[in-house]
Design a protein around this ligand. Structure first.
Ligand code: SAJ
Length: 417
């Protein structure tokens, strides 16, 4: 595909906006589409509505140069990339309503020679489902499941695999798995990504590409669950889990991940359920891993409650400090954070002062209004119980001397490790 191609990116969130920006940086005209009018206005002003290092400058330049424009309604383009959310329903099946809504927005402007790429993390079969919705809305056009390489419209699945906080770098460098509903769709999609991609394009079919994304995140979830389960076993057997993992990892073929307060974020705690709901009888390990990781915050809370009950003061006079609220180290993202959930439960159940230390934010979310956002030094000075929830860089400097006379629960091994 030539550099003059117009690409429309539907969904201008954590994936869609950076993708729009890297295309525009290469001189491609990009029409960004989002249902959120606020996001559209912010982007058209050359600014961004999300936090991602290095993104603002690229968006500002693209808007200034007239290469990126945002709107709420789909407009004709040569290629469309869908990057809309796919949460799960109450029964843990994938909620495809955002993809369906995007398809309804897109269908009226679709024309022959168009390429559509779905990037949203999706249950296996979603790309075929998208094709069916579009075919129903546009019976005048032919699609690849029936017409193969000769179809009017080509469709491929290509999952995003970038790490929040490193999106601008990983978008360009990571290899891409591309699964077309026809060979032509795969090839066209690869050609399009090559406009900005330095990694390789690995071509397959849509179902395998959908499963590849789910597999990567399930692999990580299962491995984190193994570490989390070890932490429970070691607690019962009075063994230091951090030392144990360090020792075991000296074996040339063993590489155990780190236990923590639970698994957070919008991907690893969600995606394995898409495999479980597609193959419930077979996906026993993947389901159990999810359950092990989901139980960990409750286990940590129980540890803290036990410490509270063992204190020699009335519980409501005990000062508890929670160190870290984000879903992982050195980011400001509190969404789906086990640390935040644990801190919230401590604040509501113990009745005394709860000090909260989160170096990456300046204001507490409303859910934590009962707590006090304080500096690390103040928390270490005033608290009777320290609950270390995230391995943020500044917490690595905490010394045993600063903890003298205090009780602590260390979920990340910064003190005990
Ligand atoms: N965690 C642990 N122990 C570990 C590693 C991680 O408890 O040893 C926890 C983290 O604290 C966090 C959660 O797991 O709560 C997830 O963090 P993460 O760094 O493993 O992953 P995410 O959610 O930021 O990004 C993942 C990445 N997937 C993989 O590494 C396989 C990323 O490449 C994907 O693009 C992203 O999901 C996504 O969008 O799907």
């Amino acid at each position: 595909m030539a550099h003059t191609t117009t690409v429309s990116v539907i969904g201008l969130g954590y994936i869609g906006l950076p993708t729009s920006a890297v295309f525009a940086k290469q001189g491609v005209r990009v029409i960004g589409v989002d249902v959120n009018q606020h996001a559209v206005d912010v982007i058209n002003n050359g600014d961004i509505h999300i936090v991602e290092p290095g993104l603002r400058e690229v968006v500002a330049n693209a808007v200034k140069n007239g290469l990126l424009r945002a709107t709420t309604q789909c407009e004709p383009a040569d290629a469309f990339i869908m990057a809309v959310p796919t949460p799960f329903n109450a029964d843990k099946t994938g909620d495809l309503s955002y993809i369906k809504a995007a398809a309804e927005n897109l269908a009226p402007v679709l024309r022959a020679e168009n390429l559509i790429i779905l990037e949203s993390t999706s249950p296996v079969g979603t790309t075929e489902q998208l094709e069916q919705w579009l075919q129903a809305a546009r019976p005048d056009l032919s699609f690849p499941s029936a017409a193969g390489d000769n179809a009017d419209v080509q469709i491929a699945y290509c999952p995003e695999r970038v790490l929040p906080g490193k999106v601008m770098e990983e978008l360009v460098l990571n290899d891409r798995v591309i699964g077309g509903l026809s060979n032509k769709a795969s090839k066209q999609a690869a050609e399009l990504y090559k406009v900005f991609l330095r990694g390789d394009c690995l071509l397959t079919n849509a179902r395998t590409a959908e499963m590849a994304k789910l597999t990567e995140n399930s692999f990580r979830d299962v491995n984190i669950a193994f570490a989390n389960e070890l932490s429970l076993i070691c607690d019962k057997l009075s063994i230091n889990v951090w030392e144990l993992i360090r020792l075991a990892n000296h074996h040339p073929r063993v590489k155990i991940l780190q236990p923590g307060p639970g698994v957070g974020g919008h991907c690893i705690a969600v995606d394995p359920w898409f495999i479980v709901s597609s193959a419930p009888e077979q996906a026993r390990l993947i389901r159990t891993a999810r359950e092990v990781n989901d139980f960990k915050p409750q286990w940590v809370l129980n540890q803290v409650l036990a410490c509270l009950n063992n204190c020699d003061k009335p519980v409501n006079e005990v000062v508890v400090a929670c160190l870290g609220l984000a879903f992982k180290a050195n980011i400001d993202d509190l969404r789906e954070s086990p640390a935040l959930r644990i801190a919230q439960q401590i604040a509501v159940t113990h009745g005394g002062r709860t000090l909260l230390v989160e170096p990456n934010i300046t204001q507490l979310p409303s859910a934590l209004e009962g707590g006090e956002l304080v500096e690390l030094g103040a928390a270490l000075e005033q608290a009777d119980i320290i609950v270390l929830l995230v391995d943020h860089e500044p917490f690595k400097a905490i010394t045993r001397a600063q903890l003298e006379g205090k009780v602590w629960v260390d979920t990340k091994g910064l003190i005990d490790g």
